[in-house]
Write a protein that binds this ligand. Structure first.
Ligand code: 5GP
Ligand code: ZN
Length: 136
C-alpha cells in the first residue's frame, strides 16, 4: 500500500505523533496552517467518511475531542477549526480520511468555515430539504 498515512500508521514514515490508540492516531501536519495543526486519522484505510465502518466514526471523533482538548491546553489556543476535506472537489489531497484540527488565535488573519466558498443559493431551501431529508 502506497498510502502515506498508512505508512505513518505502520511506522514506515516518520511523523510527530501526539496520540495513538488501537483504532486511531493523531500527528502534526507537515505543513501546518497554524502552530499545532494536527491530523487525526483512523488506522484502517478509508478514503472518505462514507468509507469508514460506522462503528469507527464515533471512535474517530472521540480522539478528535481528546486531542483538541490537549492542543487547547498545551498551546493555550482560544479556538479551533475542526474539519474534513471529504473528496477531491472539497480539496482532499491525501486519500486517507483525516480530520484537521487547526488552532486559532485572535488576529491570525484566518476566516471561518464559511470562507471556503460563497455561492448564492439557487433552489429553495424546501426543495433541498426534501431531497436530503427523504434519504435519511
Ligand atoms: P487534505 O487537503 O488532504 O485535507 O490535507 C492533507 C494534509 O496532509 C495537508 O495539510 C498536508 O500538509 C498533510 N500531509 C501530507 N503529507 C504528509 C506527511 O507525509 N506527513 C504529515 N505529517 N502530513 C502530511
Ligand atoms: Zn491509508
Amino acid at each position: 500500500m502506497s498510502c502515506v498515512f498508512c505508512k505513518i500508521v505502520r511506522g514506515e514514515l516518520p511523523a510527530h505523533k501526539v496520540y495513538e490508540d488501537a483504532e486511531t492516531v493523531a500527528f502534526l501536519d507537515i505543513h501546518p496552517m497554524t502552530e499545532g495543526h494536527t491530523l487525526v486519522i483512523p488506522k484502517l484505510h478509508a478514503e472518505r467518511l462514507a468509507d469508514l465502518p460506522p462503528e469507527l466514526a464515533g471512535k474517530l471523533f472521540q480522539t478528535v475531542q481528546r486531542v483538541a482538548g490537549r492542543i487547547t491546553q498545551a498551546l493555550e489556543a482560544p479556538a479551533l477549526n475542526i474539519g474534513v476535506n471529504d473528496g477531491r472537489a472539497a480539496g482532499q489531497a491525501v486519500p486517507h480520511l483525516h480530520v484537521h484540527i487547526i488552532p486559532r488565535f485572535p488576529g491570525d488573519g484566518g476566516g471561518s468555515i464559511h470562507s471556503i466558498l460563497y455561492k448564492p443559493q439557487k433552489r429553495p431551501l424546501e426543495e433541498i430539504h426534501r431531497l436530503i431529508a427523504d434519504t435519511l
